[in-house]
Design a protein around this ligand. Sequence first.
Ligand code: SAM
Length: 205
Amino acid sequence: MSGNQLLERLHVSRETLERLEIFESVIRKWNPTINLVSKSSLDQLWTRHIADSIQVFRCTSSPQHWVDIGSGGGFPGLIVALMAVEEAPDMKVTLIESDQRKSAFLRNAARECGVPISVLSKRIEHVDRQSADVLSARALADLSDLLGFAERHLAEDGVALFPKGGSWKKEVDNARQQWRFALETAKSLTEPEAVILKIRGVERV
Ligand SMILES: C[S@@+](CC[C@H](N)C(=O)[O-])C[C@H]1O[C@@H](n2cnc3c(N)ncnc32)[C@H](O)[C@@H]1O
């Protein structure tokens, strides 16, 4: 599927597309200095990163507080905040990113795109409890570690959204040795083998 077809399928409005184009120009400007996405995937920014993040946003409806951990170049957290400007204007979005230069990028990109966010430049292990309705993380850690963060930072009826590649079943089996949780999966639109894990009710075994 081409980038345009994907965006059509993900129902992106003209106004949001304009913000995404501003984001694209900011990330292309900063990437050579701080390597926000790999040079090879920069050519597929719209499919590999932007559409991939929009589909995470589309996995849930009307949360009040969305927390994204290890946001890096803003995937999915900054794209979620950008989508929310039109579609969920009351939602608060917090990005947690331990790298100071990436945090500076996130603040700058958000300002240029006109997107309100909070950025915490800390390791997730040092952040106060967030009571998030949604907790997301892409390419940060294996599922068992992510569930430790979910247990601490999700509100009681909150949902964790973790995009995972082809080996997700193995990660789920391993995680079940340490954690009890309810799992749903959504097939990725951008990668045939990939899924988004939707996880609730995380408890230590
Ligand atoms: C592989 S990158 C993924 C970035 C982005 N989520 C993506 O999918 O493109 C992982 C990011 O998490 C950040 N990170 C790693 N460990 C972290 C921690 N314990 N707390 C907060 N951020 C962390 C790194 O600085 C890096 O930007």
